[in-house]
Design a protein around this ligand. Sequence first.
Ligand SMILES: [Zn+2]
Length: 600
Amino acid sequence: MTEIKKLPKRDEVPVALTWDLTTIFKDDAAAHAAMKQVENKISSVLKFKGKLQESSDSLLQVIQLELAIQNDLEHIYVYAELKNDQDTVNNKNQALMDQVASFVANVSAKLAWIDPEILAIPEEKLAKFQAEDAALRPYSHFLEVLQLRKNHVLSSKEEALLAGASSIFDSSSKIFGILDNSDLKFPFVKNAEGETVQLSQGMYATLLQSTDQEVRKQAFQQLYAVYEQFRNTFAATLSGEVKVHNFTAQIRGFKDARQAAMSQNAIPETVYTNLVSEVNSHLDLLHRYVSLRKKILNLKELHMYDLYTPITGKSPLSYSYSEAKKEAKQALQILGEDYVSHVQEAFDNRWIDVVENQGKRSGAYSSGVYGTNPFMLLNWQDDLENLFTLVHEMGHSMHSYYTTHNQPYQYGDYAIFVAEIASTTNENLLTQFLLDKYDDPQIKLYVLNHYLDGFKGTVYRQTQFAEFEQFIHEADANGEALTAEMMSDFYGKLNHRYYGDAVINDPQIKSEWTRIPHFYYNYYVYQYATGFAAASSLANGMTSQRSQAREKYLNYLKSGSSDFPLNVMKKAGVDMTKTDYLEDAFAMFEKRLNEFEALL
Ligand SMILES: [Zn+2]
């Protein structure tokens, strides 16, 4: 008899396994009341319109009011967003999210005059203001970052127009999200135990790790059959998104969307091009690893759905959620007592939404704002992969924790460019911890394989995504239509170049772009690859020279956006304008690949 496993409804999930959003707002009514209060603050800030140049004091007051309103908006937004993500099919949550999104757009439009007006202050005058008023000093880097945009800010009228249209610009990614998270219905398939399970994004990842090739094949084919059915819709949403990026870059006077995205954090484009060329010159290592995979799995044909199953068979390690919490704390011990005490705080105070339920957003993330807990969303399954996800998201949340507790609001967030370093350093530390802890060659092999797969998925795969992203942005800028066919055609060839001849380039993989949410994030993915490589360097430093490296590392976690990302990382010990850190990461990959081969 086969048992049908269905996901629980949201209200069937045990409270202890859900996040506590009442720490942001007691209830929806409180969120609505907060919106009312924002309206009042807006009227105070509007009194300064046109008067910013008059004195350093009016400049200071406007900056402080603007930041206070921003922080209020963030609280309201994150409350609505997390609530919606926990149950995307709940109409009440959807309605609140919609309402909040348009409220935020509305308020942004009302404040859109501020930045252009600050930027219109002549440089000498701004310098004089800062020199004569000590109260402005904590905002000097904030003003410096704003100056970077000087040549790219439009008139107040145009800025207001753009800000008011922001929710329209967001439609493509919003439609993608709704289709991907709630409307797509996946069929039932058999898992390795012969049970009938409903395919979902979380379940797909688990099934692809199955040691039974037929299970993997079915999951792969069934999943792509669903996506392919909607490929033209996905092409339309992705094309719409790319047009927003290109249009925005163009009207703001950037060379292209990539320059626009990277210049926000003063990151030179060579960081991107260095990554792509370094990865391409090390594709031989990926090909070697993939061929090894084929040999060990003893398969006549290695398919795309065979790339995620552990080469070393079924996992010798599996963790219930409570076991995973213990293991995570031990692995992160190297970061010090203080760090681990905050990890415990996350476990004890319901910062984490743990298990999957009907309508819950797929994947995992860490999210919170200045003044809220750094929450985490998981879709827990009892395996090693999920332990890695837990320490990954914990890395983000601890980064947020340290930043918001050590910086003022204006520097209390951090650029995405440095964000993935905090999370993947934890993954690297967990890898080293497990390799040290276990002598059993079966376990060592499994962990090494996990690392090699992680490197493949983060450094190689995300750079592959980055190349695709570059292609679609360029094609659109050149006036080519982004149809499903042309994108699939490019993607298929790109995939073959990355994985080489040892893998069958299954036709379904051409459509992989349809299901990658990150293509809607605007030059986001390359940062996973650069971040992982930098993290590899940092974790290595901490395991070899401990306390000094740890202190530098914690300093990076505490820095927030008080300096430009590349400077923050330089102080932590990695110069990301050079290629050394990438070379180091590939050297580690090669070393562990050799270890892996030797153990076999
Ligand atoms: Zn992450």
